[in-house]
Ligand binder design. Structure first.
Ligand code: HXC
Length: 261
């Protein structure tokens, strides 16, 4: 598939890398870019061999500086709602991917950019990363999930503060408040992301997928239902060759060789 606004590669077996590629507009998300991200996410979801998706932004300045303000400027209420729904669907599909998705935030992650990173399972940030939800400066509220995913990640008080003040947060503070898992030097970000992806790809794939499913779906269930889901998925893992191999390898004191089933 050929894309104009994103780059989509498989740098190594099982590892997909999606780069939002509009550096002239700091990778701002217009409708065309959202549609291309949707297609790439569909491609990853359908790829049985895909183990991890890494997401980043082109250039050294921005991950994604938000939704495209020039496209939104003259929106009618109907167009505004439709654009929000369009982006929310794309981000929901990203969040629902069966394999982990990790945002490699290399610069500004503002508005829709911060929301894109939040739709990933976790964020690895460069020391140049800057996060924020500056929509209130533009006369709008967040529209690609920020009012929902930010409180779920940070707790409502801290998220509310960031959403209603538009205050920007640098990498170190983002680490301290739990918005990102780790901060690395900008020059090392992609390598660190690939190392992490290799580590995940080396694990039993079905176990990784069920782990993600239990964590993400479980968050929307009550505890008893979520624990039942975990038990069902644990049982299903026991139907795989990889479970037999993983446990046999442990007992034989050798590394396991997983095959993905
Ligand atoms: C369109 C954008 C853009 C955006 C930057 N650009 N952000 N274009 N949409 N979100 C463009 C600029 O217009 C400029 O184009 C070029 O990228 C470089 O940006 P500068 O502003 O010149 O760079 P700099 O001075 O370094 O400032 C960087 C910045 C600033 C702090 C990130 O660009 C900025 O504040 N951007 C907007 C951030 C924002 O408000 N995002 C939230 C959007 S609302 P030219 O042609 O002049 O070179 C949102 C809602 C989501 O995301 C939900 C929708 C439903």
């Amino acid at each position: 598939m050929s894309y104009q606004n994103i780059l989509f590669e498989q740098p190594e077996t099982g590892i997909c890398l999606l780069t939002v590629n509009r550096p002239q507009a700091l990778n701002a998300l217009n409708s065309a870019t959202l549609d291309e991200i949707a297609q790439a996410v569909e491609q990853v979801a359908a790829d049985e061999s895909a183990r991890v998706l890494l997401l980043t932004g082109a250039g050294d300045k921005a991950f994604v500086a938000g939704a495209d303000i020039s496209e939104m400027q003259n929106f009618t209420p109907e167009q505004g709602e439709a654009f929000s729904v369009r982006g929310s669907r794309v981000f929901a599909a990203l969040e629902a991917l069966p394999m982990p998705a990790i945002a490699l935030v290399n610069g500004y992650a503002l508005g829709g950019g911060c929301e894109l990173a939040l739709a990933c399972d976790w964020i690895l940030a460069s020391d140049r990363a800057v996060f924020g939800q500056p929509e209130v400066n533009l006369g709008v509220c967040a529209g690609f999930g920020g009012t929902q995913r930010l409180p779920r990640r940070l707790g409502s008080a801290r998220a509310m503060e960031l959403l209603v003040t538009g205050r920007q947060v640098r990498a170190e503070e983002a680490l301290a408040i739990g918005l990102v898992n780790e901060v690395v030097a900008a020059a090392d970000l992609l390598q660190k992301g690939l190392e992490l992806a290799r580590l995940i790809a080396s694990k039993a794939p079905v176990a990784v997928r069920y782990t993600k499913e239990a964590v993400t779906r479980g968050a929307d269930l009550n505890l008893a239902e979520a624990l039942a889901l975990e038990s069902q998925r644990f049982g299903r893992c026991c139907a795989t060759q990889d479970q037999k191999e993983g446990m046999r390898a442990f007992l034989e004191k050798r590394p396991a060789k997983f095959h993905g089933g």
